[in-house]
Design a binder for this molecule. Structure first.
Ligand code: 3DU
Length: 213
């Protein structure tokens, strides 16, 4: 039985104590660039290293040549997984990153559909081809675009789908999971709450109730 469908988007520091209280009720933690810029790499590692969550996912939305992306991820060895853009293509870029991550038992997630209004779906076929060729562990599909989640779930049956955009960006908790996502990525609604643990528990309950319906 899954302990939670929530991945906490940490774009702002929370205390170790608060994170420790939440660890049993989270699937994972997504580490954003603002957090690492605030704390630095060493303090970020110290904050996260003792936490018992399934996955620590670094989300810098990598989009560079393979050599540079590898140099970035090797400095962030506390993470299990990394998010990269798919539009950068395969040869000399994502193929090298994927080989490096495979060799180091780390996972790759590719951005498929972003949650914001201005994201263009004009290049959707191209993005799907890149995803097929690279075969990452998972993909990011905006939780504000439920029809896209359903479509990607159909096209990529076995891939993990993680969906941001719930709460602060307008998506309703549980809707992305009901549309086919595995996990919902939630940031501000938790870390900006007066009591992040209570906020997380409320969200977990809403998702659970919707999934059970
Ligand atoms: O809106 P929130 O505060 O719940 O945070 C959403 C997180 O998900 C944030 O870290 C952002 O960088 C990430 N994200 C999106 O919001 C939208 C995407 O399409 C992909 C990632």
């Amino acid at each position: 039985m899954l302990k939670s469908r929530v991945i906490l988007a940490m774009d702002k520091p929370l205390s170790y104590q608060v994170l420790k209280e939440m660890e049993n009720e989270l699937y994972g933690i997504k580490v954003g660039l603002p957090l690492v810029l605030d704390l630095g790499v060493d303090k970020t590692r110290e904050l996260l290293i003792g936490l018992d969550v399934e996955e620590i996912i670094v989300d810098f939305k990598l989009a560079d040549i393979g050599y540079i992306m590898k140099s970035i991820v090797e400095r962030l060895s506390f993470a299990n997984s990394f998010i990269a853009h798919s539009f950068i293509g395969v040869k000399g870029s994502l193929d090298e990153l994927k080989r490096y991550l495979d060799a180091n038992s780390k996972n790759l997630y590719l951005v498929a559909v972003m949650s914001h209004e201005g994201w263009s779906t004009l290049f959707a076929d191209y993005i799907k081809n890149v995803i097929r060729e690279i075969s990452p562990k998972g993909i990011v599909v905006g939780g504000t675009k439920l029809d896209h989640i359903t479509q990607y779930r159909r096209d990529f049956e076995k891939m993990t789908i993680v969906s941001p955009g719930m709460g602060s960006q307008g998506g309703s908790y549980g809707d992305a999971v009901c549309a086919g996502a595995d996990y919902e990525i939630i940031g501000r609604s938790i870390y900006n709450a007066g009591n992040p643990l209570t906020a997380l528990r409320t969200i977990n309950k809403i998702i659970e109730d919707k999934v059970m319906k």
